[in-house]
Design a protein around this ligand. Structure first.
Ligand code: DGL
Length: 254
């Protein structure tokens, strides 16, 4: 089975990795829209347009199921993608919410890009289930990860800057509502001591299990809309092994 995965950049590779750990034989085709990252600061219309173009590229590559490995695109484009594509499409938000409901004792923090937080997607789902929700946009986390600064003093300072408020609110569970954030999980968990951290990359790979037939050659193809700086290192850092990136040729508007 060919499974497509896309994100605005390298962050969605955390989802790809979790999928590969669960399904050894499927063929994975990844698209990272590195030419247009970040999505998290753009308007809803632009995010929907970008998401449709990414999905179209993966459709041309013959995928039979699509995982939107980007919270921003899941928040704004999931319905449109489900309507426009001839195969099942899964986002990262529902699985993250489901996992938080299992773990939380009542107070949940959600962190994400400004666009994801602004969409209110997590807040609505969690408060409808009766939880107290505190959401915080962390716009510097994505560039930190794209720069490979996932540990050390700078990462610790930025984490403290954004998460201080949630720590003071004494949330018991924290949703990493951006697929770049699992790369900062070490620093985040250290700072948020004792808090359950929900990694939506793990949650989504668990939730697609009933729809995935683990058959194929176990190949992994990685496409990017731009060979940006440090791309190969970022791929290796996230996947734990080198995989050669390919340039995505297709219609990617400005
Ligand atoms: N990794 C993406 C997400 O999960 C967004 C990063 C960005 O492009 O802003 O929201």
């Amino acid at each position: 089975m060919r499974v497509g995965v896309f994100d605005s950049g390298v962050g969605g590779l955390t989802v790809l990795k979790a999928l590969r750990e669960r399904f050894r034989r499927i063929d994975l085709v990844y698209l990272g829209d590195t030419a247009r990252v970040p999505y998290g600061i753009r308007s809803a219309e632009t995010v929907v347009r970008y998401a449709l173009e990414c999905a179209e590229f993966l459709k041309e590559k013959g995928v039979e199921l699509l995982v939107v490995a980007c919270n921003t695109a899941s928040a704004y484009a999931l319905e449109t993608l489900r309507r426009e594509l001839p195969f099942p499409v899964f986002g990262v938000i529902e699985p993250g919410v489901k996992r938080a409901l299992e773990l939380s004792r009542g107070k949940v923090g959600v962190i994400g890009t400004p666009a994801t937080v602004r969409s209110g997607a997590y807040q609505e789902a969690l408060s409808a289930a009766g939880l107290e929700v505190y959401a915080k946009a962390c716009p510097l986390f994505v560039p930190l990860v794209e720069e490979g600064l996932t540990e050390g003093e700078i990462a610790r300072k930025v984490v403290e800057h954004y998460l201080k408020e949630l720590k003071e609110k004494r949330v018991d569970t924290l949703i990493l509502g951006c697929t770049h954030y699992p790369l900062l999980k070490g620093v985040i968990s250290d700072y948020m001591e004792g808090v359950s951290v929900v990694d939506s990359s793990e949650a989504v790979s668990e939730s697609v299990r009933p729809f995935v037939k683990d058959e194929g050659n176990g190949e992994t193809e990685l496409y990017f809309t731009d060979f940006s700086q440090n791309l190969e290192q970022a791929v290796e850092l996230i996947l734990g092994r080198p995989v050669e990136p390919r340039l995505a040729k297709g219609v990617f508007s400005a």
